[in-house]
Design a protein around this ligand. Sequence first.
Ligand SMILES: Cc1ncc(COP(=O)(O)O)c(C=O)c1O
Length: 485
Amino acid sequence: MNADPAGSGEELGDMPADVFRKHLHEVADWIADYRENIASLAISPRGGPGAVRAALTTSAPETGETLEAMFDDIRKVIVPGVVHWAHPQFMGYFGATTTGPGILAEMMAAALNINAMTWRTSPAATELETLVLEWLQQWLGLKGEYRGVVYDTASISSLHALAAAREEAAGNVRALGLAGRAELPVFRVYTSDQAHSSIEKAAIALGLGEQNVRRIASDAEFRMDVPALRAAVAEDLRGGLRPMAVVATAGTTSTASVDPVAEIAAVCREHRMWLHIDAAYGGGLALLPECAWVKNGWNEADSLVINPHKMLFVPFDFSALYVRNIARLRDVFTLVPEYLRGDAAGAEINYMDYGVQLGRRFRALKAWMVWRAFGRSGLAARIREHLRLARLFTGWIQEDPRFELAAPTVMGVVCFRIKAADDARADQVNSAAVETINAAGATYLMQTKLRGRTVMRLGLGNILTTEEHLRRVWEIIRDTVARVH
Ligand SMILES: Cc1ncc(COP(=O)(O)O)c(C=O)c1O
């Protein structure tokens, strides 16, 4: 059995307890070593597409294998084949939010392996979810009339918010759908040209149509232009279309800009449109008293999404959607089949009622542990440090004549650009610089387009990142410029 711990089919049951314990200790040490030594690893893999599969046995295992053999593959193929998001010099996207308490919580959640679909199927999972949602709600400054629900991602949160908005605008879509209803107009959703593509995805999934997401121009600082929103709504009304919802963003994907939510809310009130705020990234700023400005207008929203896996140190994945009068969401999705009636009975809340998904992971445990481990002030202090580093980096860009800032630095994101003789050449150089930097493996940046021009983008958010790491990244960027120019 020792050579075949997972069972060859001749023996039943799980791996023997002593073997499990031994490997558990090994894995614990492996995780601790990984965290301690992560800064010495190459961030991105060297192999091209197919390299990982080619290095592994691809036939499905007919009989059980040893964990030693798997660990060997993990060491030699899997670990060198991932991008090390948790590396302190990984500055792609919004940084990574792995933490010690988060890893411990995920390990325990895996052992418990419960399903948080109803209160009865695991009371602690449901009650912990309510508890962490209440903590976060306080930190976000959302009034008591809001209630939250946890999903995996902001894309899914926004989909659910817009499903509730659609129900309110069209009436009885839950029962009748949209097709074949001649009385219904075409519904329109407005969001800025900087908003995340998840809004179009939601429109696709909800049968609203990708083309009915109308992108509104942004101003010089990449915030939704409210007069342009007003004009678009007026034009649509003249054309017989029905304005349904506006999605404002607090912390856009490319530049972390914040739309003027209070002004947008006024337009929504006038035209009875649902206001959804995508604060997937920027919502975390609300924990800093000096950044209270970010919350302007939030309490006028019908719904707001925040991804604590983007700024609040909860490991991927964890997204919280808050809805004012959440019965509006429940009414769209609650559906209790006969076989769940017993488990659904007698509960204060069954989170399965608030979305498409029935089975739900125990996500609340990691938020509860991470937030207890650091406290609001500890989270805020770490975010504040990331903001300081972003400002520091911004200063370096401004002082070096070879570079220019491509957008104001609002949060832990800096967009910048290597200057060149003309735009086409600059696009080429900036793109080549990011490719070269990422291929070398010592840091990881992104490129994005702003007003049609390629820019480099650095995102801070990793708890392990220090000023020293940032200085090294800056050195790498400067050295690379000299090579690609
Ligand atoms: C502003 C914004 N909204 C939504 C999303 C989608 O997030 P998720 O991956 O959780 O669906 C992102 C992703 O980066 C984002 O930047």
